[in-house]
Design a binder for this molecule. Structure first.
Ligand SMILES: [Zn+2]
Length: 292
């Protein structure tokens, strides 16, 4: 019974709420608070599922990271809110320019086109963050966590958060995707990321070639640097599949996750974590050596 339950967790608790959220917004686009409500609800569902069906029981307890990760979630959601506000302001000026107007299409067409484009931007920045030294140092905070659980989804340097979203926002602006659809895309990504990092024992079978879920994303957080150069997809693992960056999955991933050079980055304060890339870039030897 548990085995079957594992296969319905993602469709029922992640995809269905996202579909309900888009349906509600499609019929009443003035309900700006709805995506936030769905995000909070998804988080509560993930918290319950992590207790009921954890992938690793040791990861259900705080390792001194909980308060810090709550800072990260507020920091990154603030960045998303500012980005959405700027997008809305800029959108009102673009009508005077000779640019495509995807906003003329149906709501749902804009949503799917926009989601694919935005997600590819996330894939692209994530991929080059593993091959470009200065980007890696901004991204390392995300990899510093020594357990993978739902709040790990937002453990990111604020500057890296800005960089990750920029290609997607620029492309959606050029194509003319409506601001309200962009809001839906932001929350779709954030709800999915909760499940991508959730410490929940769930499976997707062959659909792991389409969706980048926890089952495959845990491989990306392995401690050995050489083992984690792949599985970059945010929502869709399709990009990894098409562009040859899928990691080989040998049985179950190791539960030893984090950075492969001893570092106190995992538990240092929020402000220190934001200074760390600039202070450490020249001295963090093992990763620099691996990347030469
Ligand atoms: Zn990464």
């Amino acid at each position: 019974m548990k085995k079957y339950f594992e296969f319905i967790i993602y469709p029922i608790f992640c995809l269905l709420p996202i579909a309900m959220m888009t349906k509600i917004m499609a019929t009443n686009i003035d309900l700006y608070f709805i995506p936030g409500l769905f995000y909070i609800s998804a988080m509560l569902i993930v918290i319950v599922l992590e207790k009921l069906s954890p992938w690793e029981r040791l990861w259900t307890k705080s390792q001194g990271d909980l308060g810090l990760d709550i800072f990260h979630i507020f920091g990154n959601l603030s960045v998303s809110t500012i980005a959405f506000t700027l997008y809305t302001l800029a959108f009102s000026y673009r009508n005077e320019l000779e640019l495509p107007k995807l906003s003329m299409l149906s709501w749902i067409a804009q949503y799917f086109i926009g989601l694919f484009i935005f997600d590819f931007g996330l894939y692209f920045i994530h991929r080059i963050s593993h091959t470009t030294k200065w980007l890696w140092f901004l991204h390392a905070i995300h990899h510093s966590s020594e357990r993978i659980y739902f709040l790990n989804s937002q453990r990111r340097h604020l500057l890296h958060e800005v960089l990750e979203g920029t290609p997607g926002f620029v492309m959606l602006m050029i194509l003319g995707v409506s601001p309200i659809v962009v809001l839906m895309i932001i929350y779709t990504v954030n709800i999915h990321l909760l499940f991508q990092h959730a410490n929940i024992s769930y499976k997707m079978g062959p659909f792991t070639n389409i969706f980048s879920v926890a089952e495959t994303h845990r491989w990306h957080h392995q401690r050995d640097w050489k083992e984690v150069q792949g599985n970059y997809g945010a929502i869709f693992s399709l990009w990894d599949f098409l562009l040859g960056t899928c990691l080989p999955h040998k049985a179950e991933p190791s539960k030893s996750v984090g950075l492969d050079e001893p570092s106190d980055l995992y538990r240092m304060s929020y402000l220190k974590q934001h200074r760390w890339p600039f202070e450490t870039m020249k001295t963090y030897k093992s990763i620099l050596r691996m990347k030469d």
